[in-house]
Design a protein around this ligand. Structure first.
Ligand code: AMP
Length: 419
């Protein structure tokens, strides 16, 4: 038997009802803040990711699913959505129509990471991006929104880790300081970091290898190198978060795994997921639009990992699998024919409705109605049918009434609509 590809997974209907619940909440909340959905292709030119995420990053160096297309062009299954959103923003000249463009996107991402619990090679993200404002108010909104979202989902015990990575003025100075420090620890670094420290020393701060983690103890703090403008920006963001009572912690070693971040960077973490503690991450990327060929445009965004989010939410609440409005139990061939007509009529009106096609016993049909979590059952017996009546049963209270065949659809529609 051919099995799934390693690191990939099926999301079965039982699990998916929770995902749909989360997605619905996300769409409603982000829409309330004025964000609009955008749908983008899963495949992009490889150069897009190399130029945005950065050549020295794990994602670009080791984790991308790339292949040469028949026209000899390198293509990549997207490892994240920000680069694609920026590409679309520039390609469709969105900057020309609205000064502040607010977008969100939901879909799968692909990274060839080492699979483990909470880390997959195809995973899903809900990403939110805003283009056109450098205001710290927008940074605060980008942190406030995901935290509000978590609270709406009933998730507690999460914390935002925030840092500032400075701008093109002050970051080079910090990189210099960092590199001098790292060079004194060169022997302790993993081969990857020894090589990439020159390309981007910040990557060493993000390395998962234990000896690298030990090597950076006592590393100079990025916050100590911020220029006046970045320092003020960061302080305003923190002040708003305090005012809004968002629980945060300043984490000076948080650099995130992508190169494009400037100023505010953040990650939302929980203790409920073991080693994979990050459920969302994001930050400002004021230089990315121009680096990819667009006009200079400040921007900021974040992404939730939907797989991890669903895992966390399921620890706080049980969302019943989406039930059924009506199960139609029919006994005998004539009743089945009638059941089929009513099934079509009720489905046309938007109710969720099912029946048994195979003439099982009443007992086994009622069992099926229970399994499907039906709220009501319509029971059609041959004899009652010939007298122009059927039984309508409330599966929860077990009350049942006899209704005339003429009124079936009307009674069901009235009862269900006001329940
Ligand atoms: P990133 O794009 O790396 O900032 O990731 C944003 C969020 O996506 C993380 O906080 C995780 O929740 C989720 N995520 C990233 N990589 C994976 C993965 N391989 N498997 C599952 N979730 C992931």
């Amino acid at each position: 038997m051919i099995q799934l590809v390693r690191g990939f997974k099926d999301i079965l209907p039982e699990e998916l009802s929770l995902w749909q619940y989360i997605e619905k909440k996300a769409i409603s909340l982000f829409s309330a803040f004025g964000y609009k959905e955008i749908r983008l292709p899963l495949l992009e030119k490889s150069a897009l990711f190399a130029r945005s995420i950065g050549e020295g990053t794990d994602i670009v160096e080791k984790e991308m699913y790339s292949f040469i297309d028949r026209n000899e062009e390198w293509l990549t299954l997207r490892p994240e959505a920000t680069a694609s959103v920026v590409r679309a923003y520039i390609q469709h000249k969105m900057y020309a129509t609205e000064p502040l463009r607010k977008l969100f996107t939901i879909g799968p991402m692909f990274r060839r990471e080492r699979p483990q619990k909470g880390r997959y090679r195809q995973f899903y993200q809900i990403g939110v991006e805003a283009f056109g404002s450098a205001s710290p108010l927008l940074d605060a909104q980008m942190i406030y929104m995901p935290m509000l979202f978590l609270s709406r989902l009933g998730v507690k015990d999460v914390k935002v880790h925030v840092n500032s990575l400075g701008c093109e003025e002050c970051r080079p100075i910090y990189k210099e300081k960092l590199l001098s420090f790292i060079n004194t620890k060169e022997a302790q670094l993993c081969p990857d970091c020894q090589r990439r420290k020159e390309v981007n020393p910040l990557r060493v701060l993000d390395c998962k290898v234990l000896s690298c983690k030990e090597a950076i103890v006592g590393v100079p703090d990025v916050l100590g190198s911020l220029c006046g403008a970045c320092d003020t920006h960061f302080k305003i963001v923190l002040e708003i978060l305090s005012r809004q009572k968002v629980p945060f912690e300043i984490s000076p070693s948080l650099v995130r795994g992508l190169d494009y971040y400037t100023r505010t960077a953040f990650e939302i973490q929980t203790d409920l997921l073991g080693a994979q503690s990050a459920i969302a991450g994001g930050g400002r990327y004021d230089g990315l639009v121009s680096a990819l060929g667009g006009p200079s445009t400040p921007a900021i965004g974040f992404a939730f990992g939907l797989d991890r989010l669903a895992e966390v939410v399921s620890q706080y609440q049980t969302i019943l699998p989406l039930g059924l409005d009506v199960f139609i139990a029919a006994l005998g061939e004539k009743s089945q024919g009638k059941a089929f007509d009513w099934l079509c009529e009720l489905a046309k009106q938007g109710f969720t409705v099912e029946m048994d096609f195979d003439g099982r016993s009443l007992k086994s049909q009622m069992k099926q109605a229970d399994r499907l979590n039906a709220r009501f059952a319509l029971i059609i017996g041959e004899e009652e049918l010939s007298q122009g009546a059927v039984i309508f049963r409330n599966m929860e209270t077990k009350e049942q009434i006899s209704i005339s065949t003429q009124e079936v659809v009307q009674v069901i529609a009235d009862t269900i609509s006001f329940k």
